[in-house]
Design a binder for this molecule. Structure first.
Ligand code: MLC
Ligand code: AMP
Length: 507
C-alpha cells in the first residue's frame, strides 16, 4: 500500500504506519494454526475495500457485520474503514428482533450475516432496505468471502482520505429507555485512543498479544487490535475464551487483555502459576469491576499485578493504572494522556475524596449519537463534557475509584445489559403485570441478570418456558438466569421501583 500524499487521518492508514516495516511479520496467528502476515492483512483488506467499491459503497455508508470471530471478520473491519465506510459491528448472539432494530436504525448499504442465520437474517436485512446482503462463516466461507477473493488487491485501494472527525464506526449501546443508541466514533477517536494506550502500556516489538475477546465491542475490536497493529506485533487469535487454551498460550505471549470473568476463569485452572506466566509482562483487565479477591489471588498465584483500566463504548479508554507506577486495587487509575476526567456534584467539581458523577472530555469522546440529537443534549454537559453515568472519586494520588453507577445497568461478564429492554419484553408476557430486572452478584459473571415479576392473581408462570421464550428474542447474556415472583414491587414516594431492596432480598 502507498500512503504518500494520503491523509493519515484514516484509521487504517494510521495502523498501516505502525506496521509498514513489518509486512513480512506475523499479524494474526489463528486458533486454526493459520498465520497471516501484516502484508497479507494489508492485501486482503485492500480486497475488502475493492469489493465494497464494486458494490457502489461510498464514503460514510454503513457496513454491518453480524458474524463469528474469525480473521476474515477482522479483515473486513479493516477494509471497511480503509474504504472510508462506517463499520457497524453486531454481536452474533443478537436475535432477529435485535438485528432488525440495528439495521433499520443504521440503514447500512451492506449487511453481512452468518450462513447459519440465512433463514432469518436475509429477510430482516431486506425488510430494513439493505441493498447488499452477504454471508461470512467462521471458516472464511460464504458469499462475502467469495466476493473478496475475486476482488482486486492492487494499490487501487489506498485508504480513502478522511477528515479526522469523519465517522469510522457506529457501536450500539443500550440505554435506560430500552432503545439502543449508536455511538458515533470518528477516525480521530480511535487513533488517539490507540496511540495513547500503546504508549502508556509500553507496547514494543517484543510483545505478543493474546487476543481472546469478542471483536464486536470496543474492548476486543479497537483496544486490543489497535494497540497490537500500531506496534506491528503478533496476535494469538482465540475464537472464543477457553481458559485452558488461553493458559496454554501464556508461555508464547507477553500481554493479555480480558474482562474480569476471564481472570476468574483462569484462576480456576489449577496449573495457573508463576511458571505458566513466565513469559508474560502485562495482564490488563476492564469492562467491568475487577474484584479485590481476584486481584489479590491472581497476584499470589502468578506474581503479576493485574492492571485495571476504565472505558466505555462512547469514549474508548479513559483511565488506566500505570505500567511502571503503583497499580492500586479497586481503582481504575489515572486519566490517559490527552484525556480529562472530572468528578462533579450538582454541576460543580468536587474535592479529592468526594464522590460524584464522572465526566470525560478529550479526543477519545464520541462525536455524538447516530441520529439522536436528543441524546447528545442529555449526555453532554453545556460545557462539552460527556456524562459517563458512572459515580466515583479521585484519591490523593489522582487515581479514580468507581463506586457505583447512576445509570440502571447490569454488567454481566463484561456485557452491558440495560434492564428496561428486558422489562419491556417481560411486561408483554400474558399474565405479567409488571417486572423489574436487577443484577445479582455471581462468582463467574460478576453480576447476572435476574427478573422479579408481579403476576395476575390466580395465575402461574412457567419460568423455564419463559426463559426459553426470551432466548428466542434476546441474546442469551441478556436473558435472566433466574426469575422470582413476588406480590408487589417495592416503590419509593415517586413511584420508582426500589431495586436496592430487591437486590437485598434476592442476593
Ligand atoms: C455468555 N453467557 C453469558 C455471558 N456470556 N451470560 C451472562 N453474561 C455473559 N457475559 C451465557 C451463554 O450464552 C450461555 O447461555 C451461558 O451463559 C454459559 O456460557 P459460557 O459458555 O460459559 O460463556 P462463554 O461463551 O464462555 O462467554 C463468557 C465470556 C463472554 C466471559 C467469555 O461473556 C465474553 O467474551 N465477555 C466479554 C464481553 C466484552 O468483550 N465486553 C467488552 C465490552 S466493551 P446458555 O443459556 O446458552 O447456556 C466495554 C468498554 C470497556 O465494555 O471498558 O471495555
Ligand atoms: P459499555 O457501555 O459496554 O462500553 O460499558 C461501559 C461501562 O462499563 C462503564 O460506564 C463502566 O460502568 C463499566 N466499566 C468499564 N470498565 C470498568 C472497570 N474497570 N471497572 C468498573 N466498571 C467498568
Amino acid at each position: 500500500m502507498q500512503t504518500a500524499g494520503r491523509s493519515d487521518a484514516n484509521m487504517y492508514a494510521a495502523l498501516f504506519a505502525g506496521f509498514a516495516d513489518r509486512l513480512d511479520h506475523r499479524c494474526i496467528i489463528d486458533a486454526t494454526g493459520e498465520v497471516i502476515t501484516y502484508g497479507e492483512v494489508d492485501r486482503r483488506s485492500a480486497q475488502v475495500a475493492s469489493a465494497l467499491r464494486s458494490l457502489g459503497v461510498d464514503q460514510g455508508d454503513r457496513v454491518a457485520l453480524h458474524a463469528d470471530k474469525s480473521p476474515e471478520a477482522l479483515i473486513t473491519y479493516l477494509g471497511v474503514v480503509r474504504a472510508g465506510a462506517v463499520f457497524l459491528p453486531l454481536n452474533p448472539a443478537y436475535r432477529a428482533d435485535e438485528v432488525a432494530y440495528f439495521l433499520h436504525d443504521a440503514e447500512p448499504a451492506v449487511a453481512i450475516g452468518r450462513p447459519t442465520d440465512r433463514g432469518w437474517f436475509d429477510n430482516v436485512a431486506a425488510d430494513a432496505g439493505v441493498r447488499h446482503v452477504h454471508h461470512l462463516g467462521c471458516d472464511g466461507d460464504g458469499s462475502w468471502a467469495e466476493l473478496i477473493a475475486i476482488a482486486s488487491a492492487d494499490d487501487d485501494a489506498p485508504p480513502i482520505p478522511t477528515a479526522p472527525d469523519d465517522l469510522a464506526t457506529i457501536v450500539y449501546t443500550s440505554g435506560t429507555t430500552g432503545r439502543s443508541k449508536g455511538a458515533m466514533l470518528s477516525h480521530r477517536n480511535l487513533i488517539s485512543n490507540g496511540r495513547a494506550l500503546q504508549q502508556i502500556w509500553r507496547f514494543d516489538l517484543n510483545d505478543v498479544l493474546i487476543h481472546a475477546l469478542p471483536i464486536f465491542h470496543v474492548h476486543g475490536l479497537y483496544i486490543a487490535t489497535h494497540t497490537a497493529m500500531l506496534t506491528g506485533i503478533p496476535m494469538l487469535f482465540h475464537r472464543t475464551f477457553d481458559s485452558a487454551a488461553v493458559l496454554a498460550s501464556l508461555s508464547k505471549a507477553t500481554v493479555l487483555m480480558g474482562v474480569p470473568t476471564m481472570y476468574t476463569r483462569l484462576l480456576g485452572e489449577s496449573s495457573l502459576d508463576t511458571a505458566a506466566c513466565g513469559a508474560m509482562r502485562l495482564f490488563i483487565s476492564g469492562s467491568a469491576p475487577l474484584s479485590a479477591d481476584t486481584f489479590r489471588e491472581f497476584s499470589t498465584r502468578t506474581g503479576h499485578t493485574i492492571l485495571e483500566r476504565y472505558g466505555m463504548t462512547e469514549t474508548g479508554m479513559n483511565t488506566s493504572n500505570p505500567c511502571d507506577g503503583e497499580r492500586k486495587a479497586g481503582t481504575v487509575g489515572l486519566p490517559l494522556p490527552g484525556v480529562s476526567v472530572r468528578v462533579t456534584h450538582d454541576g460543580k467539581v468536587v474535592a479529592t475524596g468526594e464522590v460524584g458523577d464522572v465526566q470525560v472530555r478529550g479526543p477519545n469522546v464520541l462525536r455524538g449519537y447516530w441520529r439522536r440529537p436528543d441524546k447528545d443534549a442529555e449526555e453532554f454537559t453545556a460545557d462539552g463534557w460527556f456524562k459517563t453515568g458512572d459515580v466515583g472519586m479521585f484519591d490523593d494520588d489522582g487515581y479514580l475509584e468507581l463506586v457505583g453507577r447512576s445509570k440502571d445497568l447490569v454488567i454481566s461478564g463484561g456485557y452491558n445489559v440495560y434492564p428496561k429492554e428486558i422489562e419491556l419484553l417481560l411486561d408483554e408476557v400474558p399474565g405479567v403485570i409488571e417486572s423489574a430486572i436487577i443484577g445479582l452478584a455471581h462468582p463467574d459473571f460478576g453480576e447476572v441478570v435476574t427478573a422479579v415479576l408481579v403476576i395476575e392473581p390466580g395465575t402461574e408462570i412457567d419460568t423455564a418456558a419463559l426463559i426459553a421464550h426470551l432466548k428466542t428474542r434476546l441474546a442469551s447474556f441478556k436473558v435472566p438466569k433466574t426469575i422470582h415472583v413476588i406480590d408487589e414491587l417495592p416503590r419509593n414516594a415517586m413511584g420508582k421501583v426500589r431495586k436496592n431492596l430487591l437486590r437485598d432480598r434476592f442476593s
